[in-house]
Design a binder for this molecule. Structure first.
Ligand code: PLP
Length: 358
């Protein structure tokens, strides 16, 4: 049976993906050189569509990587000399912090229990931290950090780089890139593509920092995908290594589809579907939303405790053609996670709610 995937990545493919894939194959995009004008035009198009969609100013470049977790390493290598600071409240934000330790940075941590979120007023950033690492949407626990709080961090600490993991929410969060130095995502979450491409947005300030660090004899900014090499190539819409040309093409087409709908509408639809889900879960005896504070509840990954073992809920949904995610880590058996990405319609969310009600 054909399933609808409500899993938080890989996820349901966006409905127009098939058509764009077909066009790309017809145009032999899998075979073109990444040093050809055809590729430069594709990069340029995708860059322009993403700029419109996410309101990215000219001060920021848009680069392609293998995945989002690669960007964790790139940011730490390129933009941190000694110290980073991490807001950690789940498995993904923790991994970013773990990467910093692995790269021998001095990583500061402000930690909250699983299922709890951060508010601006409780965040004190250590004096010597150079980079503030935040996760807009903690996919493991279903907690979001409001963009307004992220922006306030930059206003309070203008000299520090503010970087945002928006992997499981982009294009939903309305970030003001005059107050965000870098943000990144993977395409297999809310963009509704298969995995295999990371997108890294970074400011001139990030580039300047990388160039400064590169000059230090005892410090490495890495070899693969350094910001200076990405930027030099980006100026001619090329990439240092052979990129995933096919996916860069499709991402541009999907971003164009979102732009045709209008990002405001895409965001409103996301909020409306999230409202439907939380309303049902709040009113049900069989479920309880994991995140207590409404302002911290994710709009794109809804996590709920289940009264029955979650495996039963998941199996029942699957037999009706709906795949939902299990809880993360130690919550595997007691929670489910429901992705609320643009690829699934309000009607499909409604059908899922009917199923969960049974
Ligand atoms: C999925 C995810 C990542 C990692 O993305 P990859 O594509 O696996 O590298 C990072 N952060 C968050 C919040 C995620 O949901």
């Amino acid at each position: 049976m054909k399933q609808i995937y409500f899993t938080p990545g890989p996820a349901e493919l966006y409905p127009t993906f098939y058509q764009h894939l077909q066009t790309a194959l017809d145009e032999q995009i899998g075979s073109i050189s990444h040093r050809s004008q055809k590729f430069r035009d594709i990069y340029k198009f995708t860059d322009a569509q993403l700029r419109t969609l996410l309101n990215i100013p000219d001060t920021h470049g848009i680069f392609f990587t293998g995945s989002a977790s690669e960007v964790w390493e790139r940011l730490l290598f390129n933009c941190v000399e000694h110290e980073s600071f991490h807001l950690v409240n789940g498995s993904f934000s923790r991994k970013f912090y773990d990467y910093a330790n692995s790269l021998h940075k001095f990583a500061h941590i402000l930690e909250k229990p699983f299922g709890e979120g951060f508010d601006y007023t409780e965040i004190d950033v250590p004096e010597y931290a150079e980079m503030i690492c935040v996760t807009h949407n903690e996919t493991s626990s279903g907690v979001q950090l409001r963009p307004a709080d992220i922006h306030k961090l930059k206003r309070k600490y203008p000299k520090k780089l503010v970087v945002v993991d928006m992997v499981s929410s982009a294009p939903y969060p309305d970030l003001d890139f005059s107050l965000v130095d870098s943000a990144f995502f993977s395409v297999q979450k809310a963009f509704g593509m298969p995995a295999g491409l990371g997108v890294w947005i970074a400011s001139q300030g990030c580039l300047e920092k990388a160039e400064r660090l590169k000059k230090y004899e005892n410090l490495t900014i890495g070899a693969h995908h350094t910001l200076p090499t990405l930027w030099v190539n980006y100026k001619k819409f090329e990439t240092p290594a052979t990129p995933n040309v096919l996916f860069i093409y499709i991402l541009g087409k999907l971003a164009e589809d979102f732009n045709k709908i209008g990002i405001d509408t895409v965001r409103k639809q996301t909020e409306e579907k999230a409202r439907m889900l939380y309303k049902f879960l709040d009113g049900s005896d069989a479920y309880e939303p994991f995140v207590q504070q409404e302002r911290h509840r994710s709009q794109t990954v809804v996590v709920t405790s289940t009264k029955k073992p979650s495996a039963e809920v998941i199996a029942a949904a699957k037999s009706e053609g709906m795949v939902i995610g299990s809880g993360y880590g130690k919550f595997k058996d007691s929670q489910i996670r429901i992705a609320n990405f643009p690829a699934t319609s309000a009607e499909q969310i409604d059908a899922l709610i009917t199923q969960l009600q049974k």
